[in-house]
Design a protein around this ligand. Structure first.
Ligand code: PMP
Length: 283
């Protein structure tokens, strides 16, 4: 299996990561997950832009340009046999031994790694939806940075898993923010509500896509905070992420949501999303 390691494509078994790499020691790095369908990346530009923007927010100098990165990830996809799946890329601040919290000097080169995983779209869950729980959002106040230190997200997902749910919907006080690994939105009286971008949530690329769909379909979208009470009173609820796409929620704790019907807003967004995938990636 081939992977990206320090701006090159190498065999997976050639990779060695120094134990003083800051990603390993401090979780000091950023990442992206980009889907591909039909061997073509979906929303590659948007993901690369967010990768660079996350790096900038932590003052990490990128050792390659956006176009060099695009070329590298395209080359890696060409090395793989997968038709559908995703690429995971991460950039850590590199190895600046000895261990020291302070950012190292600019001549310490950040380390890029990346790998491809084959994955089928989860058509069963996309039809039937997922079970979720409500969990207090215990994470820090820079959730806009797509960083590799995911302990808060992992702990929250684990709480959901302990209750046999797929995903945790997070709230700060009674304000719903996002999920442990996706954004969340609710439908009420024909309009969609979702938390505004800012420091409390990750600005999702999938959200950009479904918002464009909503605009095409003349569905109003309100990006404003809403409460857990409003969420539980919603007509429909969905999560969105690169790997989940537009994913219906069929349960939040004990509250069960009817499966969305064929004309429901979730179904309209799902079919629009699929059309956008075909437009970009073919079928
Ligand atoms: N919020 C969080 C916390 C996430 O981990 C993700 C997925 N990485 C998202 C939102 C959705 O982002 P995207 O649509 O860009 O995958």
């Amino acid at each position: 299996m081939k992977v990206i390691w320090g701006n090159e494509i190498v065999d997976r078994n050639k990779v060695t990561i120094d134990f003083e790499d800051r990603g390993y020691q401090f979780g000091d790095g950023v990442y992206e997950v980009i889907s591909f369908y039909n061997r073509t990346y979906f929303c590659m530009e948007e993901h690369i832009d967010r990768f660079f923007s996350s790096a900038k927010k932590i003052e990490m100098r990128m050792p390659l340009s956006k176009s060099e990165l695009k070329e590298l990830i395209t080359d890696l996809l060409n090395e793989s046999e997968a038709t559908d799946g995703y690429i995971y890329i991460q950039m850590t601040r590199g190895n600046a031994s000895p261990r020291d919290h302070s950012y190292p000097s600019q001549d310490v080169v950040p380390l890029l790694t990346g790998s491809i995983a084959a994955a089928e779209r989860d058509t069963d869950k996309l039809k039937k939806g997922i079970k979720t729980t409500l969990e207090e959002d215990i994470r820090w106040l820079r959730c806009d940075i797509k960083m590799i230190s995911l302990l808060g997200n992992i702990m929250l997902k684990h709480e959901a898993h302990k209750k046999n749910a797929d995903e945790a919907i997070l709230h700060r006080g009674n304000i719903v923010t996002e999920c442990s690994s996706s954004n969340v939105a609710m439908v009420k009286d024909g309009a969609i509500y979702t938390h505004p971008d800012g420091n409390l949530i990750l600005p999702g690329i999938t959200k950009i896509v479904w918002k464009a769909c909503a605009e095409q379909l003349n569905i109003p979208v309100y990006e404003r905070p809403f409460t857990t009470e409003e969420l539980l009173e919603a007509d429909e609820v969905f999560c969105s992420s690169t790997t989940k796409e537009v994913m219906p929620v069929n349960q939040i704790d004990d509250k069960v949501f009817e499966l969305p019907e064929s004309g429901s807003l979730i179904r309209l967004l799902q079919s629009c999303y699929e059309k956008k995938v075909v437009e970009q990636c073919g079928d």
